[in-house]
Design a protein. Sequence first.
Length: 277
Amino acid sequence: MQSHPTQVLRPIYLLPALFLLAFLLNATSSPAQALPASYPPDPTVDIPWNAGTSGVADIQTAFNNGRTQENAQLGLHLPMLVLPNQTTWDGMSDGAKALWLINAERVDRGVMPLHGVESNVTSVAEYYADYLLENDVFAHDADGNTPWERLNTNPAIAACHDFLSVAENLMVFATSGTSIPLPVERAVYTWMYKDAGSGWGHRHAVLWYPYNDNSGPAGMEGFLGIGRASGGPYQGPFTSVWNYATIVVMNVFDPCATWDYGEVVIGDGILLPFVMK
């Protein structure tokens, strides 16, 4: 018997409002990069995933429905996505898939793309996904560190980063079965199109625009890392224990002007209750 997915939404992890305001004021006054006057507008209501979960065709259908509904809600003209073919998509890492989707959403809304998937950021995200699953917890500070403190435990990140007010999105899917289809793709979709309960904070993290464009090629800035951990049993934030869960962690950070770019990889029938942090 199938049951409807359950969802718990909590705020994205942001710095206190005063720090955020100070950063935004400084960023928008800087002549170093052209920034949007504000975030791209948010949908007026959630747009649920409306496709299957078999592969690229379903991913493309879901995201294009999200864009079609957003166009209708807001009077926009976002173009439809054309994803890589299934063989190409299957050969991409979790980070590369997320980067493709995130940068498509950013660029089509006039926001500077992220530069790429970075190994140090990925290692932090992978560590934390594993930690949350293995310890049966779900919070931004479950290991005693904030997302920024966790990123700064990596020596390369600690030694060369610019100030950034966002650091992390979390997502967990759980099932009575033994697999979770398309967890990274559906995590990105939910942060973008089904985030009204969090005031669209996760969407804002995906579309975050005050990166300091001072390192690497001009016109792109910011590194992405995706961690994914699967297994069970797992309860975490749910009221009952589930047989199997997949946790997705997205970390971002803004490198300083002297970052070594040699470590960057350029982007290349069960209903699932899910929780988004």
